[in-house]
Design a protein around this ligand. Structure first.
Ligand SMILES: C[S@@+](CC[C@H](N)C(=O)[O-])C[C@H]1O[C@@H](n2cnc3c(N)ncnc32)[C@H](O)[C@@H]1O
Length: 261
């Protein structure tokens, strides 16, 4: 089924350039805003996702150049995420991000020098991320060169992985006490949940990765009951570590042939 896209200014030249990178999504562009449902929105800020159920001014757009995520990327020194990945003493393992989402974590990791194979199976989420990477590339964010994004199910790829680290950040349960952000609400409503996370972690543990890292809410049970060897604690989340072998400099080079760009 195709998606409705609204482009009031019919900026076909730049829009077509952007959408050429988002080959997995079929969009019927129109001028009118639909009365119901989610729709893509194109303007001079790039691609975003809006919902007729929310205020028209709000929407989900990923921005690595300005705003909160840009500040997080620039500020990173030793956040728990990078420690969990084993980034220390110049070691920058290649990461297979099996649940790329809106790219918050992978942009931090790529910025500090990790090659990242990012896989997101929800086509609209992958499209928002792809467009944010395009805009960041246009702003000369050189970390984007280290990111390769695929819209696919990680379960179909993970057995081929020989990256240093497989990173899994499953969608958190909906009933957390804090109100979910608009982007989280939209991710949930698009069906961006992690079904069968036990299959994902078991496949990761069977892959050629040196280490599997799972992000969890700080008080949550272990994913699929798999007990980690150690943990890195953050303020609201923790990272469960499942080492398979020692990470070395050789783990900085991702397996070739897995990624089609
Ligand atoms: C919590 S979000 C990840 C957030 C991400 N770490 C970030 O920093 O923005 C989980 C994402 O994983 C995706 N996902 C779940 N299972 C997947 C699978 N088997 N393959 C690829 N993506 C998957 C969902 O569609 C969702 O977008």
């Amino acid at each position: 089924m195709g998606w409705v896209g609204v482009d009031r200014h019919c900026q076909v030249v730049s829009r077509d350039t952007a959408m050429a990178q988002i080959h997995w999504l079929s969009v019927h562009w129109q001028v009118d805003v639909p009365a119901s449902g989610h729709y893509l929105w194109w303007d001079d800020q790039g691609l975003s996702l809006k919902s007729a159920a929310f205020d028209f001014r709000s929407g989900v757009r990923v921005d690595f150049v300005e705003g909160t995520q840009a500040r997080r990327i620039k500020a990173v020194t030793g956040e728990p995420l990078t420690r969990a990945m084993g980034c220390q003493k110049g070691l920058r393992p290649a990461i297979f991000d099996a649940t790329a989402g809106l790219g918050g974590d992978l942009s931090v990791l790529a910025n500090i020098g990790c090659a990242v194979c990012a896989v997101e199976r929800q086509p609209v989420v992958a499209a928002l991320l792809r467009d944010a990477l395009r805009r960041a590339e246009d702003s000369n964010a050189d970390w984007c060169e280290r990111v390769q994004l695929q819209c696919a199910d990680s379960l179909d790829l993970i057995s081929h992985v020989s990256h240093g680290v497989v990173y899994i950040d499953p969608m958190f349960p909906k009933d957390r006490k804090s109100a979910p952000s608009l982007s989280m609400q939209v991710l949930h409503s698009l069906g961006g949940t992690t079904e069968q996370p036990e299959r994902l972690i078991d496949a990761a543990l069977d892959s050629g990765a040196a280490r599997v890292v799972v992000k969890r809410p700080i008080k949550a049970d272990f994913l699929a009951g798999r007990v980690p060897s150690s943990q890195v604690m953050g303020k609201t989340v923790r990272f469960d570590l499942y080492p398979r072998r020692k990470l070395t400099d050789e783990d900085a080079y991702p397996h070739q042939g897995l990624i089609d760009g």
